[in-house]
Design a protein around this ligand. Sequence first.
Ligand code: S3P
Length: 453
Amino acid sequence: MPQQPLSEGYQVFISRPVASVGGEITVPGDKSISHRALLLSSIADGTSIIRGFLHSEDCLATLAALQAMSVDVVVEGDDLKILGVGIEGLHSPPGPLNLGNSGTATRLLAGVLAAQPFDSVLTGDASLRKRPMERVAVPLRLMGAVIETRGGGGAPLKIKGGRPLTGIDYTLPIASAQLKSAILLAALWAEGQTTVRSPNPSRDHTERMLGVMGVKIEQSSSHTVSLTGGGRLQAQELEIPGDFSSAAFFLVAGLLGAPDGLLIRNVGVNPTRTGLLKILQEMGGQIELRNQRECGGEPIADLFVTQSELRGVEVRTDLVSLSIDEFPVLFIAAACARGQTVVTGAEELRHKESDRLGVMATGLRILGVSVTEYSDGLSIEGGSISGGRIDSQGDHRIAMAFTIASLAAKGAIEILRTEEVATSFPDFVSVATRSGLAIEVARSRGKDDLSDE
Ligand code: S3P
């Protein structure tokens, strides 16, 4: 089978072809909402309860950062009790805050820390340190913050405390919820009004949660949001819905191999997150939203997906920011569809946990798929998929996406460097196994040696 070389000591997934998937599963709590629940509860007045919190490495990095700034947290099973310190209650951390792999934690915390009376340093792992941070420093500096980024604009970020902030009217260069949220969080402490304008809509969990906690948010369109500083947040009981981005792997699994259907319960279906539903439905995918309801300002549904004949599509560029984390698994669906799928306007994918256009193109080619790479997208010829060995480059979503390809592949798919799956979906293998997938977890001990764990 086609192979990429093995390096020593990495965790490997071996995903073997299975006849079908089905039954009922749930996916863990939403990562974006879990980060926000921690941040906003910490600066609220009173004690918040967070139910269904995602205990993944990324969210635990945010939690540790807040604890380092004197926020008390009580873990009660899957739930968290956060003793809010109020808008003026964070304390100087004893050292640099290490946010691991998490871009969301780093950028959102940059917004909060720009407004604090103390200095701070934000850093992370090798992948995080390569990601662009000037994009968040630029608007925060316009508000009055003093922030230094490393060399070409990456982490560590050094933030000087004690600078008074003033509201700004800022147009984002890209539709990024992380940037929008960082500015809105800093705006809580800023003098006057802050307005953030976006070229396209992006996920709006920060706005929704601020609203639930009593901060007045003005949303003049899906592209423009304003907030006036000086308010306070009220503690809440927050229920985190299942993560649509985690459910996405099983939506595609169901489309490829669930003749009797696969039910994914309790998934967040905020319209700023569900671009993938529209794309898959346009490809011919049968996905039903059942039992639609609302919880804590967020829409939720059970998703029922049935095996479908998929056809290639040209993905609308206005859906890109609404499905930004789902492209790895969408590219797998495209490789299994009849005809060509074209994605453009997605240059941002090169700045995620890995260069997701480059790494996906390389992996798909190893599986025999014909792929053309553009600076801002991919064109994929759907057809047959072979087995093979792929390097996920330590990107959690790429690792999980390639396990799903085994439903259509002629042989096993080995995926290297899968540890980072724990950043967003620590139970991925057991949920996948429950759905009917056959994923073995192994470790490379030397060149071409895969030993079972
Ligand atoms: C996130 C926003 C997205 C997404 C990331 C989580 C968030 O990034 O890719 O995984 O929680 O705000 P951008 O908004 O920067 O594209």
